[in-house]
Design a protein around this ligand. Sequence first.
Ligand SMILES: [Zn+2]
Length: 191
Amino acid sequence: MIEAGTLEDLRDVGAYLQGHFLLTTGRHSDTFFLLARLTERPHRLQPWIARLHEQMENIDAHTIVGPAMGGIIPAYAFAAMADDTRVIFAEKSETDTMVFRRGFRLEPGERVIIIEDALTTGSSIKKVMDAVAEQGAWVSAVGTLVNRSSDGKVPWNIPFFSVLTMPGIETWLPENCPLCRHGVPLSRPKR
Ligand SMILES: [Zn+2]
């Protein structure tokens, strides 16, 4: 019996990969979390969401924001845990910021929770925070399924929660990547 919310659980569904990968940030790593392999199985995802929801039950916010694409499914699953919660998503603009389209609007002063699949550097979550701030709303907390930031920390002062924290996973600039130096073929699992 595999326990939900663990690395073993991710490996079992094919969401935890080891090799030589190009991350969205442009850096290289020997570890990749392909969380679509988890989110495509609602029955396997649900216990992760329940754990995250339990950790965040004291956060007073009734609007959930998920960054497209990876955050959409976990954000919707998270919002479905309560009957008084709505959920919207932010998506990439042509200028590489995050924006709300499709008529999604936040009220000035509204509190929101950002739910994302994985945290690496936090740069895309920061862009969502900017989009929220632009509408005069507030981010009360951020939650992710996996925190793979190299030191386990986050670059902001907002409460942060994660089901699984995996510090110590190295990432390298391409010019410093030891796997490139050894000629290991590079792959992009999301392609
Ligand atoms: Zn490399």
